[in-house]
Write a protein that binds this ligand. Structure first.
Ligand code: ADP
Ligand code: MG
Length: 241
């Protein structure tokens, strides 16, 4: 017990919730504790992600255990990998079942950065990732609806996603994992109404939700409360907090 509290303090990690999975100390636990496939560890090392950051230590075990998560950690602290790796673990392999994971990001540029990290992390695997941020992006899918099924993951911006749902360009009925990234920035553009539309479209009963944010203002907390179920909170402080 003393060891755990020392570990949390040293990493500036705060945990809240019921039966929150304990943080991991190193990547070795991915395989030993969670049965994560060795190719993921290989790619982490290959791209220079040799040691987990604090938010990765705290958030990955929660997501690997398939719990809802509200995560807060400063900009540049490695939040992207913290949700990408558990997603790939749960998806296991390309399946041609349509979108099983959706990542919502506030801007086109951030969506592209997530896509870049995802391509590195799943290098050598044939996962199909759709980046939907511009009006033209759905063109390929519209031209041939049978192509929709080939995708495993969707990375998108909120307005573009809501539009695509309204136009029935995408089917989110098979989505099991929804990530709302940079939630504090998503809030700035009246995201609350868009979240409702996105959540309604993600109709699978086993949908798990994760919300990542640099800060956790009241609006983000309230939004989380409306749709999270028995969620875990993992907050990583800055140097001063
Ligand atoms: P955030 O979303 O928290 O602002 P990012 O996920 O964009 O931060 O990560 C910031 C940078 O840190 C990226 O360039 C990423 O490749 C790098 N990074 C992430 N995790 C690690 C790690 N475990 N070791 C080294 N670098 C990392
Ligand atoms: Mg980020």
């Amino acid at each position: 017990k003393a060891t755990l509290s020392t570990f949390l303090k040293r990493n500036r990690i705060k945990l809240k919730g019921t039966d929150v999975p304990l943080p991991m100390a190193s990547w070795a636990e991915l395989e030993s504790r969670f049965g994560v496939a060795p190719w993921l560890r290989t790619n982490l090392d290959k791209w220079g992600w040799g040691v987990p950051t604090a938010i990765q230590k705290g958030a990955m075990p929660v997501l690997l255990a398939n719990r809802d998560l509200l995560a807060g950690a400063p900009t540049g602290s490695g939040k992207t990998l913290a949700f990408l790796l558990p997603l790939l673990h749960h998806l296991r392999a390309p399946a041609k079942e349509g979108f099983r994971a959706v990542i919502v990001s506030p801007t086109r540029e951030l969506a592209q950065q997530i896509h870049d990290q995802m391509r590195r992390l799943c290098e050598g695997r044939n996962f199909r990732i759709c980046v939907l941020t511009k009006p033209a992006d759905a063109g390929a899918m519209n031209a041939d609806p049978s192509k929709r099924k080939k995708f495993d993951m969707l990375i998108t911006t909120p307005l573009r996603l809501v539009h695509a749902v309204e136009k029935e360009e995408v089917d989110l009925g098979n989505v099991r994992h929804l990530v709302l990234d940079e939630a504090d920035r998503l809030m700035e553009d009246g995201f609350l109404e868009q979240t409702d539309a996105i959540l309604a479209a993600c109709s699978h009963p086993e949908l798990r939700k994760a919300l990542f944010s640099a800060t956790l203002p009241a609006g983000v907390e309230e939004m989380a409360k409306t749709f999270m179920v028995d969620e875990c909170r993992v907050i990583v402080g800055t140097k001063d907090s």
